[in-house]
Design a protein around this ligand. Structure first.
Ligand code: NAG
Ligand code: NAG
Ligand code: NAG
Length: 349
């Protein structure tokens, strides 16, 4: 081969690699400054063939739960459960001993899981994920007791409870009214998800990054002039690594809502470069059961914009973060200290 031909082949190979790499980063992380780290860590990671299970009218199973039940206990290989479009009327649980499951619907708007349990938040969730290492994509979980808004009394009725470690949600919808998404504990990454509700609708002690998500406030479902609460974080002590971090999210809806109130005494929540419509209460935060102990709380916003982002009337105890503090919490290392996000499957399933 002549040197110029060799060079051509090298250039082609580089181009192909670039294409491959950009589709990888595009799918998982999207634009932004994280790409280089992502690419470096991804290269060389080999993932074997997945087992595929198909849920739908002409699939291996007609319910999602029966597909999950068919996965062997303590499974160590990724299994893809592909779910056709449609409305699935069932409760779905991924038990502790079924890790490495990928639940993949057709789209957030067309594959929907609906149930209407309510009263006790513990047994209400339509979807429960107890296992570690789970990926959920392109699917909606709804608790229909109060969503769509109807004549039913407002009660705790969760759309989902997620408590495993190393969970990744991409284009997933969570629809409820009170306690919609119970982000209980563990490291979680929510990207391009939609979370809808009115009261404490993202709550728990999760250590989570919500990136490019839509946060939809159903304030008009509450009594007139009664504000709702977007978050209720449950950090219990100052050494606890948990926190809810919102990056580049869109906060909008009807009525009004506080950014958060503390479910536990050391709650930690940061909104970073988010759009706030005028749905955000001017005072921003509520101390709930921790009046007098506000200094323990970490509630912050940084470089947010939009009609609700004016901080002139915020509570005096809102945290005033330095850029270094913001950086620490908003970089992927906040949830990815073991690089788990860089080793999960990224192919089209
Ligand atoms: C699912 O159905 C397909 C087609 O009928 C079949 O080839 C495959 O083995 C089935 N998979 C499982 C896990 O049952
Ligand atoms: C937090 O960690 C420090 C240093 O390890 C320790 O002294 C302190 O007791 C811990 N506090 C709580 C509430 O666990
Ligand atoms: C926040 O801190 C910066 C510098 O660290 C300071 O200039 C600014 O006035 C502070 N804002 C408030 C509301 O305290």
């Amino acid at each position: 081969m002549t040197p110029s031909r060799l060079m051509m082949i090298n250039i082609l190979a580089c181009l192909l690699l670039l294409l491959r790499v950009s589709s990888v980063t595009g799918r998982l992380i999207g634009g932004g400054g994280d790409d280089n780290q992502w690419v470096k860590t991804m290269s060389g990671v080999k993932i074997g063939k997945f087992q595929k299970i198909h849920v739908g009218q002409h699939g291996n199973f007609s319910t999602i739960q029966s597909a999950i039940d068919s996965v062997p206990n303590n499974n160590q290989n990724w299994v893809v459960i592909k779910i056709d479009q449609g409305t699935y009327r069932e409760k779905v649980t991924i038990p502790y001993d079924k890790p490495y499951i990928i639940l993949k619907g057709k789209a957030k708007r067309t594959t929907e899981v609906v149930w209407d349990d309510h009263e006790t938040v513990a047994q209400s969730p339509t979807f429960t994920c107890l296992a570690d290492n789970v990926i959920v994509k392109c699917i909606t979980f709804r608790n229909s007791y109060n969503n769509p808004v109807n004549g039913n009394r407002r009660v705790p009725a969760a759309a989902a409870m997620v408590t495993g470690d190393k969970l990744y949600f991409y284009r997933v919808g969570f629809f409820g009214l009170q306690d919609t998404l119970w982000d209980d504990r563990g490291r979680h990454y929510f990207r391009k998800c939609t979370i809808q509700g009115a009261v404490d609708f993202i709550f728990g002690a999760g250590q989570s990054i919500y990136e490019a998500c839509s946060i939809s406030v159903l304030g008009n479902a509450l009594a007139p002039n009664l504000p709702g609460f977007i978050t209720a974080h449950g950090r219990t002590d100052p050494n606890d690594s948990s926190g809810f971090i919102f990056k580049g999210c869109n906060i909008f809806g009807s009525g009004s809502a506080y950014l958060g109130r503390p479910w536990r005494g050391y709650a930690r929540v940061l909104f970073y470069r988010c759009f706030f419509s005028d749905v955000v209460e001017p005072t921003g935060w509520d101390a709930w059961g921790y009046v007098g102990n506000e200094h323990q709380l970490t509630f912050a916003e940084y470089e947010c914009y939009g009609p609700g982002a004016n901080t002139g009337s915020r509570v005096s105890w809102e945290s005033n973060f330095s850029w270094d503090q913001v950086k620490q919490l908003t970089e992927m290392s906040f949830i990815d200290s073991a690089d788990w996000l860089y080793t999960i499957p990224y192919q089209k399933f």
